[in-house]
Design a protein around this ligand. Sequence first.
Ligand code: BDR
Ligand code: CA
Length: 310
Amino acid sequence: PRMTVIDTDPGIDDAIGILLALSSPEFTIAGVTTVAGNIGIEATTRNAGRLLAFAGREDISVFQGAAAPLSRVGPEPLNLHGEDGIGGVALPDPARPPEGRNAVEWLAEFLLDQPVGTVDVLALGPLTNIARLILASPEAAKRVGRVIAMGGAIYERGNVGPRSEFNLWADPEAAAVVVTSGLPLVLIPLDVTRRVRATREFSGILASSEKSFASMAGKLIESYFESTTNRESRPLHDPCVMLFALSPELFHCENLELSVSTAGNEHAGELAVAAGSTSVRVALRVDAPAALELLERQLTAAQAGDKFKI
Ligand code: BDR
Ligand code: CA
C-alpha cells in the first residue's frame, strides 16, 4: 500500500473520493487534513470526521487546516453541496474530535518522519494547506512523493469563471505557489473530471448495493442530483484523484508549462500554457467507462468496518 494523506474540503465529491480511498487496500491513509472550500472549515472538518466514523476508521486522524485562503478573503460557501456540505446525507457523529494540531504542522512533521518520496498527498480542495507547507517547511515539502490535485481547466471551460475552476479560483495565490514549486505535481483538471460522470442509473445501482461504501456513495451522488435540475449526469471530480492514483494508465497525461492567474475576479485561478513556466504533469484524457467501472469495483469490494493492515 501507498502511504497517503488526503487534503480535502468535503464536499459531496470529496466524500465519494474519501470513501473510495477507504475501500481501497492500495492506500494506507496516514491522516486527513481539511481546508475551507465547498463550505467553511468547521463543516469540512466535521464532515471528514463523520465519514471516518461511518467507515469505522476513526483510527485515522483528522487535522484541521486553513480556514481562509493565503492572502484574500475566502469565497462564500457554494450551495451546490447543501447546507452541511454533503447534501444532508445522514452520517454518524465522530466519536472523537479532530486532533488539536494544525494540519500543516502535522503534515510537515509527518513528512520529515517518513522516507523521502514515499508519501502521496491527494488534494481535493483549494491548495491553501499545500502552499502553506511549501512556504513554511520547504524541506518537508520536498519529501512528498507526489501531489495529485483536482483543479483547473486547460482546454475546457471553467466552472466558476469562463476558464477558472473552483479549487484554483478559491485560492489562486496558493495554487500559484504549488504549481510553480517544482514539487512532483499531477493536476487532474475539469478536462478529465467532467468526463467521469455518474448517471442517475449509476448512482441508483450504487445506492441499492448491499455494500456500505457503495450504497453511501450512491446516496451522496443522489443528493448531488437534488441540488441541480434537468441534469442527467453529474461529474465525479474529486474521485478522479484516487482513480488516477489507483490506475494511472486510465489517464492520458502530458507535461505542460503552466502559469496560474492571480487576478482578483472571475479570472482568478485560470491556467495558461506558457513556455518557460514550470512543467506540470496534467491529465488531459481519461477512459471514463473504465474509470467508472474501477470506482464501482473498489466501492463494492470492501465494507465499512474493514481494516487494512499496513
Ligand atoms: C471542485 O470544486 C469543488 O466544488 C469540488 O469538491 C471539487 O473539488 C470541482 O471544481
Ligand atoms: Ca473538493
